[in-house]
Design a protein around this ligand. Sequence first.
Ligand code: ZN
Length: 359
Amino acid sequence: MAEPYEIKDDTGIVLEVLAADDEPQGDTATGEVDGTVSETGGQTPSDGEPTAAPVGEPTAAPEVETQAAPSIAPRSSWGARHPDGDLTLTGPAVEVFVHHSVTAQLSTDASIAAEAEQMRALESVGQSRFGTGISYNVVIFPSGRAYQGVSWNRRGTHTGGRNSTSRSICFAGNYETNTPTAAQISTAAAIYREGKDRWWTQGAPLRGHRDVSQTACPGRHLYARIDDIRTGSGSTPPSPGEPGGLVVDGFWGSSTTRRLQQELGTTVDGVVSSQSVYWRDRNPGLTTGWQWVSDADGSRVIAALQARIGMDPGQRDGKIGPQTIRALQGHLGTPVDGVISRESRAVMALQRRLNDGRV
Ligand SMILES: [Zn+2]
């Protein structure tokens, strides 16, 4: 088993880490070495018309339009030369992770040839470290164009320990230091939406790699946009304090946290720090921006929320859990069960109140 591959910055921060799962290696697919396109590749749009570029035709990468079904250029379009992952996966993924590649930062008007070259460079990294070709499922460039990496139904090496149960959407470049383009956000949102009930389950959450691994990936500028990708809510972040800026969807991610922080007067960073990992999977409606740790200290925004909803001073520990959730549900007038589910009624009520400025 190869060791994880880490990309660090000058100060030693792990910007990205790629890792194979600790499971037996399976059948290595070699069928695409000759440039043929897998029938199970992810380039089929909703109307069933194939969009695969002609084999070996590098000018055939798609134009990307806002709101259109995503077009993903097939592996053959960039010249994949190495295996397509190491296992065929059955069933849809249960999580989708956003990554950044920390490779060259191309411009919005980069050529398709330049992007294809970057895809081959990424493939070389995964091949040299793990012997299974490119690590990510799809890679999106600043132009907004997307290219298929490891096929949707094949296992890659993107999210260590979860490669068999998740899929990956990677932004080419470094988004700790650069901001994603509107075209990239738009393409990612279209792909996330298109993949529901196809490549992943309808309720599969979209998360940042750093939510589950010791890495800054996908970088702070991209991490801040995950809610926008998930909701498809446009290419610009809502202005601080702007009424109606929150999408009422019942998922508590960093956008909701940011608005709550503004409302409660704590530091506005979209992060709920130091929460007990024990409650993470029990509350699937808590999505991005939650910092899950084994030894929780609590966060100021939760402590401020606990005060706002009338919990006793001795209970204001800054930690989310059944007691706080029950108190919040009681305060909001939604069913009291102590759990934040997907599309949670309590979170929707909270989001409506945040939009109205009356938590
Ligand atoms: Zn990553």
